[in-house]
Each structure stands twice: as C-alpha cells, then as structure tokens.
Design a protein around this ligand. Structure first.
Ligand code: NDP
Length: 309
C-alpha cells in the first residue's frame, strides 16, 4: 500500500449533516422549519434512489420535505405551473427538480423558472452569476462538496495549480470557479484539450469530472498531488474490474455479488502515487446530499434576511 491519504467523504458528510442538524434546531427555536420540495418525474430507478435518500436525510435533520411525483407524460407547461406554485409557497425554501427529465420536457426552461432564492441545486443562471462574481448565493452541491473536503482536510488551495478536467455546468465549471474564488491558479480541460497529460502532470490539485472509468492514469499525475475524483461509472466487465483492482478481494466479491462495481474517473494506480485522494465510492459522491441539506438551510436563512456563514 502507498502513503497516500484517503479523504473520507462519508466522515466529512457526517460532520456537515451534524452541523446542519444543529442549525435546523436553532431555527426551530425561532419557529422556522426549512422546507425542501423535490419533483421526481416518471420512474427512473437511479433518480428514485437519489430522491428517496434526499427525503430520508431531510427527515433525519428536521427539514420538512415534500415529494411531487408527476407522471412521465407531464408537459413542460404543467411542470412550469408546479414550479410556479412552489416558488410562492411560504413553507418551501428549496425546490429541486431531479434530473434527467423526460426528453419532451424543456429542462433549461424549467431550471430557469425556479426562483433563484429557492434554487438549492444552484443551477439557475442567476446563481451561476452570483458564484462567478463572488456574491452569496446557492452553489451547486457536488463542487461545493469538493471545496468542503479540501478545507476540512486542511489541504491548501490558495496558490495551488488546480486542474479541472471536465467543463459541465453541474460540476466542472462551478468547481473551477470555486477553486478560483479560493485563489487557486485554475486550468480547465475538456475533450478538445491538446496534450492533456502534460497539463494534468502540472497539477498540485487535480479534479476529474469526466465520466470515463479510470481515464486519469498514473502517468498523468504529479507524485504527491491531491486527486479529487468526481466520476461515478459502473463497470460490468470482469476483466476491466480485475484491471482496475488487481488482487482486490473486496471489489471482486462485490462484483461477484452485484455483477458490477462503481469506479471513478481516476485509475487506482494514480491514487497510489498521490498525496491524498477521494475514493470512489465514499469520496465526493458522499458529500452531495449533505451539501443539498446545507443549501436548503442557507436558502431558508437568506429568504428571511438571516446571516449565513
Ligand atoms: P458531462 O458528461 O456533462 O461532462 C463531462 C466533461 O468531461 C465534458 O466537459 C467533456 O468535455 C469532458 N470529457 C469527456 N471526455 C473527455 C476526454 N477524453 N478528455 C478530456 N475531457 C473529456 O458529465 P458531468 O460533469 O455531469 O459528470 C462527470 C462525472 O461526474 C460523471 O461520471 C458523473 O456520473 C459524475 N457526477 C457525480 C456526481 C456526484 O458525485 N454526486 C454529481 C454529478 C456528476 P467536452 O465539454 O469537450 O465534451
């Protein structure tokens, strides 16, 4: 085994949830109960699992939650009407539209219809703008989780060469903006980047948000770097699993039992060279729901003019 430090997302998420729970208690003493509405359209198994887990965590922390489950056949206009109702409801502080939506629904239009002050996913262009200009607001949960992992692990950000591979609106772009706001020197790479390995090898801090199993190999990282793996990829091929985790009895057993294992965008051989890394599962992914809970409480406070930390 290597000397690399494992950044335990599950433990960090537990501390954040405990802190959010305490804030909810303090709000309850003032007669305020933060509320989250989750819209889940149709029957997408993965989405159903995520939503159930979000609603369950609300319950654990004392946040009110309401699940709306319109049928697959709902139109964009009907969805807009649902969102408009939630926008004006006094007991709802956060509105989350679980993605992906059916193809016939205009996702962009819907995300823009959510009141920016209730946009706990941080996907509204107003919140993207607030993030870019360093104003308080609601930031996307997954990149916010990355920053929490770095800060709570006392890893330096200011002055570090940070390289983000991936430029989606949900992960890569906001992660890069948050690292820039924290004074890292940031490079954003994507599928058109030339000589990617040369750039990633310069990274003190490498964030991979690509969606390709084990894409970042050992040759692409600087020894001792901090590696943040956002990827969640399901591998169903036995040979591929063995290639990822040679001799890893635990993973082989998981694969035998479930027929698949989840791997990140960074190859384990790169983790072995790193100074610190987030494992998959149990790294960045573990933070996302905790950050959603934190955003819901932030939204409840911002809406009432209460100070947020
Ligand atoms: P997208 O597919 O939206 O974006 C992928 C990005 O990776 C794109 O910017 C793309 O470049 C870039 N990319 C793809 N192939 C290459 C390549 N060969 N070389 C360089 N760059 C490449 O994905 P997301 O950002 O939504 O998600 C990324 C990963 O993170 C996925 O595995 C996803 O499952 C996971 N994820 C995890 C979350 C969590 O932990 N809770 C939440 C959200 C996502 P280009 O723009 O040029 O196409």
């Amino acid at each position: 085994s290597s000397g690399a430090r494992i950044l335990d997302g599950i433990a960090i998420a537990a501390s954040i949830k405990a802190e959010v729970g305490a804030e909810v208690k303090a709000l309850a003493a003032k007669g305020i109960v933060p509320g989250l509405a989750v819209i889940l359209v149709g029957h997408v198994p993965a989405s159903e699992i995520y939503v159930r887990s979000k609603v369950k965590t609300c319950g654990e922390l004392g946040i009110f939650s309401e699940m709306l489950t319109p049928p697959e056949t709902i139109t964009t206009e009907e969805m807009l009407a649902l969102v408009a109702e939630l926008n004006v409801r006094e007991d709802i502080d956060g509105i989350l539209i679980q993605l992906p939506l059916p193809k016939h629904v205009d996702t962009r239009r819907l995300l823009e219809a959510v009141s920016p002050d209730k946009d706990v996913d941080g996907f509204h262009p107003i919140n993207a703008g607030r993030l870019q200009s360093g104003q308080p607001g609601l930031a996307p949960c997954t990149p916010a989780g990355i920053l929490e992992i770095l800060k709570r692990s006392n890893l330096p950000i200011a002055g570090q060469n940070a390289v983000v591979v991936g430029r989606s609106d949900i992960v890569g772009k906001p992660a890069a903006m948050m690292l820039l706001n924290a004074s890292a020197t940031v490079t954003i790479c994507h599928s058109k980047t030339k000589d990617l390995a040369k750039i990633t090898r310069e990274a003190d801090l490498l964030v991979a948000a690509i969606g390709q199993p084990g894409f970042v190999t050992a040759e692409m990282v600087k020894p001792g770097a901090t590696l943040i793996d956002v990827g969640i990829n399901r591998v169903t091929d036995a040979a591929e699993v063995e290639g990822f985790f040679p001799g890893d009895a635990g993973r082989v057993a998981t694969f035998a039992k479930r027929g698949s294992v989840v791997v990140g965008d960074i190859h384990p051989a790169a983790f072995a060279l790193s100074g610190a890394y987030t494992p998959v599962p149990g790294g960045v992914g573990a933070l996302t729901i905790a950050m959603l809970m934190a955003n819901t409480v932030t939204a409840a406070k911002l809406r009432r003019g209460l100070p947020v930390k």
